[in-house]
Design a protein around this ligand. Structure first.
Ligand SMILES: O=c1ccn([C@@H]2O[C@H](COP(=O)(O)OP(=O)(O)O[C@H]3O[C@H](CO)[C@@H](O)[C@H](O)[C@H]3O)[C@@H](O)[C@H]2O)c(=O)[nH]1
Ligand SMILES: O=C(O)[C@H](O)COP(=O)(O)O
Length: 309
């Protein structure tokens, strides 16, 4: 397997020495995460801004939240940008990938660490762990988290292993089309780190295809051995209902399809139809799924003046 796995974290002194003048940005995309985002921000800030100078920039991208996400994230110590306010001339889009892509335009890190905002069990070692291979091995471009990820029931009890889209969609797709990436234990993990020099050259799906796209694009541009993974222990998060995972699955499949070349035009949208039983029988509930992709950030007018090469 070309994907390298680190079970032992790089020790802190080595990490800080290796960091040198490399700028590190932590980016947390958040849509309606007022319940958990402050804990993630405050944990990163305390450990890696106040106690140890590992993180230069701590940013939350507020992804069209309708709750108090922005307010509580700011109070916890993050710089908060609304995704919709970043480069508005590029036109509107909503989604997790959009939040990550927009972050490239308002951050200055040479290395970006992405963390989900809905984390329940996690720790600041997620950040140092992900940075280890990037700061110490110049050939590594992207680092993914690996962890146990139980599926919690409504009482918070451990039901079984989580990662439903991972098991039913991402892993089968990799088995069929990207055997070089099947060494990844958590291909959809929202906790990952990447060099700006790599991600700024990739197209980025606006939705949940962002993670699998970054893996496929990194392997295509730099080889699968430019991807490493680190064992971070255990992580729990807020679970979606299984029917809301359908649109996510469509976006993951579409991101892989779009990268297969010569298989037809990339599509901008799809309609996913699910069904509710009502008095009238089964009633279709069609959902529009956004499959658009943003162009490589480095090719966007004004990017270089905001973020010098
Ligand atoms: O439009 C959106 C949707 C989500 N998010 C944030 O993105 C993170 C992950 O979203 P979530 O809906 O919790 O995704 P998961 O069900 O946890 O999906 C997993 O699988 C996805 C598909 O690969 C990844 O994008 C996720 O990071 C990964 O955790 C959270 O902080 C969200 O607030 C946004 O910023 N904007
Ligand atoms: O990564 C995944 O497969 C999705 O986030 C769903 O995860 P869950 O089944 O643990 O909620």
């Amino acid at each position: 397997m070309p994907v390298r796995t680190l079970a032992t974290p790089v020790d802190l002194d080595t990490l800080l020495a290796a960091k040198g003048t490399t700028r590190v940005s932590v980016v947390i995309p958040a849509r309606d995460e007022e319940a958990t985002v402050a804990d993630v921000v405050a944990g990163v800030r305390r450990a890696w801004v106040e106690e140890v100078p590992l993180v230069d920039e701590l940013v939350v991208i507020d992804s069209d939240s309708t709750d108090r996400t922005a307010e509580v994230a700011r109070a916890a110590g993050a710089t908060v940008h609304a995704a919709a306010d970043i480069a508005p001339a590029l036109g509107p889009a909503r989604g997790k990938g959009e939040a990550l892509w927009k972050s490239l335009h308002v951050t200055t890190g040479d290395v970006l660490v992405f963390l989900d905002a809905d984390l329940i069990e996690w720790g600041p070692h997620f950040v140092s762990g992900l940075l280890g291979p990037l700061l110490t091995e110049p050939s590594v471009m992207l680092v993914k988290a690996v962890y146990d990820r139980p599926l919690l029931d409504e009482q918070g009890h451990e039901a079984e292993s989580g990662g439903r889209v991972t098991e039913l969609v991402a892993r089968p797709l990799l088995a069929l089309h990207h055997p070089e990436l099947t060494g990844l234990v958590q291909p959809l993990a929202g906790e990952w780190a990447v060099r700006r020099a790599a991600i700024e050259r990739f197209s980025v799906p606006v939705g949940y295809g962002v993670e699998i796209a970054a893996l496929v694009d990194t392997a295509a541009a730099h080889g699968a051995d430019a991807i490493a993974q680190v064992d971070l222990g255990r992580r729990t998060h807020r679970h979606h209902r299984h029917d809301t995972l359908g649109p996510m699955a469509v976006q993951v499949v579409a991101a892989v399809e779009a990268r297969r070349g010569g298989r037809g035009e990339p599509r901008d949208a799809a309609v996913l139809t699910q069904y509710d039983r009502t008095a009238a029988g089964f009633t279709p509930r069609p959902r529009d799924v956004d499959l658009r992709e943003r162009p490589p950030a480095a090719a966007v007018d004004g990017y270089r003046t905001r973020v010098p090469a």
